[in-house]
Design a protein around this ligand. Structure first.
Ligand code: SF4
Length: 272
């Protein structure tokens, strides 16, 4: 499905009407392994087998099917139908899931035969890290970016390392695909990118905190970084989100321990 992404993107940029899409509109194209289909994207494609692709809307299977060559066209038709339905419902919805019966209405507007919908697999809460073997024998390096903040030096290094494109993942990592081997891993690690799948950085997220947010009671990024470096994460290193106040901006979905600044320290808890 790799060619689907630039094909979808090219059409998005070529059609002026699609510039009306809300900034949060998300497309997820899944080759069948189930890593992104469960992210609840507004429009999604999920390969069911080598010749069949399912159309997902707001993360649920519509029952509409396409052959791989027509899958991007179906996703684009659904995207245009979303804009029509959004306009009918007042034009303020940011996400397809905010529309009343949005998935059903859009699928109905597209028409066509429907198969029995399949369950959509849940997405993993953390992604891979390190060297991953591609199906064509080449190697992809998956570099986790601590707290999702890429420095200019790291960005330059990733760009210089990539023989083709770079892929930014939903798990705060950047993939360098199509490498002959994993030799570049040492240089990426030396630049403080994380290629060890056991690293605590795969489980730690944080809001902006001080000095970026005036509401924050602590420099949560610095404190979280110190805790990772010292091997002293709270909650025995469980998946955790550090926040400068009770709003907990950027909290990932799924089971996660909250580490919330109080002004005197941090309150550690889960789900409250
Ligand atoms: S959680 Fe609080 S401190 Fe952190 S970015 Fe949001 S408002 Fe600011």
């Amino acid at each position: 499905m790799r060619p689907w992404v630039p094909a979808f993107d090219a059409e998005l940029r070529a059609d002026p009407r699609l510039a009306l899409l809300p900034g949060r509109y998300l497309a997820a194209f899944d080759d069948g392994r189930g890593d992104v289909a469960g992210l609840g994207a507004d429009v999604g494609l999920l390969a069911l087998d080598a010749g069949t692709v399912a159309l997902l809307l707001a993360g649920a299977d519509t029952g509409l099917r396409a052959v791989p060559q027509d899958a991007v066209g179906l996703a684009l038709a659904a995207t245009r139908a979303f804009l029509d339905e959004r306009a009918r419902q007042g034009g303020t919805a940011w996400r397809l899931a905010e529309l009343s019966a949005g998935g059903a209405r859009i699928a109905g507007a597209l028409g066509g035969q429907r198969a029995e919908p399949v369950p959509v697999p849940p997405s993993p809460v953390t992604g891979p890290a390190g060297a991953v073997a591609q199906s064509d024998g080449r190697t992809a390096l998956v570099a986790v970016v601590p707290l999702g903040r890429l420095t200019a030096t790291q960005a330059d290094l990733l760009a210089a390392t990539a023989p083709t494109d770079l892929q930014v993942t939903p798990w705060r990592s950047v993939v360098v695909p199509d490498l002959a081997d994993a030799a570049a891993a040492a240089e990426l690690t030396a630049a403080r990118l994380v290629l060890d799948p056991r690293s605590a950085w795969l489980r730690v997220t944080a809001c902006a905190g001080l000095p970026g947010c005036a509401r924050s009671l602590a420099d949560v990024r610095a404190d979280a970084s110190r805790a990772v470096a010292a091997g002293a994460l709270p909650a025995a290193g469980a998946r955790q989100h550090w926040a400068g106040c009770g709003r907990r901006c950027g909290r990932p979905s799924g089971a996660v321990v909250d580490v919330v600044a109080t002004g005197q320290g941090y309150r550690i808890g889960s789900g409250t």
